[in-house]
Write a protein that binds this ligand. Structure first.
Ligand SMILES: *Cc1c(COP(=O)(O)O)cnc(C)c1O
Length: 410
């Protein structure tokens, strides 16, 4: 639909107020009513994001010679990640604009590695557990790579099935730490063994878990090895704009060696505009997102992250106990900030809709039908409210279910 650009520009003050009003119908995430899309670490961190973002909002990470500031901040952020993920000497990475960017570029690197270093010709494929993120399918669609999704075992990647699906044309196998649907960490150790034995490129998708799992482990959580500590891991993705609590438009992608990272970089000079070297999918790279990531990580530090992630796992444990008491079955044994749960008799999608009427915006699972929460520190404060609203939603749904299903089954 066409909207004519205003002939005369409008006054910013008035427009600003109206733009605030435009958000009136949005989910009230600052009150903790969203358990998807937004990661809410509180007002102080929001202020750090905002101020650091505006400091470098106009600057462009495409030009490291013009902006050594951003280059330095990117190096610091990447260095933080490499150290958290037990990367060996010589490992390397970049910041990207998001998880999809990180995954696409990791796949591009693995694809070029297969073609140039392994000499693979003909059609290519990647092997994913059924629970892996659709970003892999999107990247594979762009590169015309076949996707082989293998079935899960106890809701986790099945290394045996993945080994059977992989062949000489497999450019990458994937494990998630954790997967988005269930919040469970795949057996990355078994996938690493498979990768070592068969010479496969293993990518660990720690987009949602990368910046929470190390701190949950430091807090005493039962988190298995999932990173470069395992010898078969070639690359990793970890999103800063999720449990890193950074401003949106920020993720990281890492490679075990600089030689592997070089397979990601696009270096082009055959046009009249001079040589252009871009490590990631973006051309122009938003300086604000890089600056905000550097600021939030440096402000929080290990202690800050441990405290925030402790609030997340505390909220998860409380809600997990609460839903279990109410007759739900939690899927698997979640250790981080995501949990999913099903009910033996009630329709979870109907419960989801009732919770939505009470202002909650959360997610669902479809295999099996279940409710899904991706929790933030803010949820430690509202867990009781959620459970009370869940009671109300369950009562409404069980009433409706009797009316609807009674005639059918009588
Ligand atoms: C969020 C997510 C992605 C994709 O990240 P975007 O930043 O949304 O592009 C990939 N994998 C997992 C497991 C995720 O949770």
């Amino acid at each position: 639909m066409r909207h004519p650009l205003p002939e005369h520009g409008q006054d910013w003050k008035g427009l600003r107020a109206r733009m605030g009003e435009m958000g009136a119908g949005d989910v009230r995430w600052r009150d903790g009513k969203a358990a998807v899309y937004v990661f809410n670490a509180g007002e102080e961190i929001e202020q750090v994001q905002r101020e650091a973002y505006t400091l470098y909002m106009a600057e462009n990470g495409l030009g490291p010679l013009a902006f050594p500031s951003l280059k330095r901040m990117e190096e610091m952020v990447v260095g933080y990640g490499l150290s958290l993920f037990h990367a060996p000497e010589g490992a390397a990475g970049n910041t990207t604009t998001g998880g999809t960017d990180s995954i696409t570029m990791a796949l591009k690197a693995a694809r070029d590695y297969a073609r140039k270093d392994r000499g693979v010709t003909g059609p290519l494929n990647i092997v994913l557990p059924r629970s892996a993120h659709p970003a892999f399918d999107k990247a594979a669609a762009v590169m015309e790579i076949e996707v082989r999704r293998t079935s899960l075992k106890d809701y986790l990647a099945d290394a045996e099935a993945m080994g059977a699906a992989a062949d000489g044309s497999t450019v990458m196998i994937v494990g998630s730490a954790p997967c988005f649907p269930y919040g469970l960490i795949d057996p990355i150790g078994a996938l690493s063994d498979l990768a070592v034995k068969r010479g496969l490129w293993l990518h660990v998708d720690a987009c949602v878990g990368g910046y929470i799992a190390p701190f949950v482990r430091m807090n005493g959580g039962d988190v298995p090895d999932f990173d470069f500590a395992l010898p078969g891991v070639s690359s990793m993705s970890a999103d800063l704009h999720k449990y890193g609590y950074c401003a949106k438009g920020a993720s990281t992608v890492f490679f075990r060696t600089e030689a592997l990272r070089e397979r990601m970089v696009f270096d082009f000079a055959d046009w009249p505009g001079g040589r252009m070297i871009t490590p990631t999918l973006a051309g122009t790279r938003p300086g604000g997102a890089i600056a905000a990531a550097y600021a939030v990580m440096t402000v929080l530090g290990v202690e800050g992250y441990r405290a925030k992630q402790g609030e997340v796992t505390g909220a998860r444990a409380k809600i997990q106990a609460g839903v279990t008491e109410r007759g739900f079955q939690v899927i698997g044994d979640p250790q981080l900030g995501i949990l999913a749960y099903t009910h033996p008799t009630l329709d979870c999608l109907a419960i989801w809709a009732r919770l939505r009427e009470r202002g909650w915006f959360t997610s669902v699972t479809t295999e099996p039908k279940g409710l899904h929460l991706m929790l933030s520190p803010v949820h430690a404060r509202v867990a009781d409210t959620y459970l009370a609203d869940l009671d109300a939603a369950m009562a409404e749904v069980s009433g409706a279910a009797m009316e609807v299903t009674a005639p059918r089954y009588s």
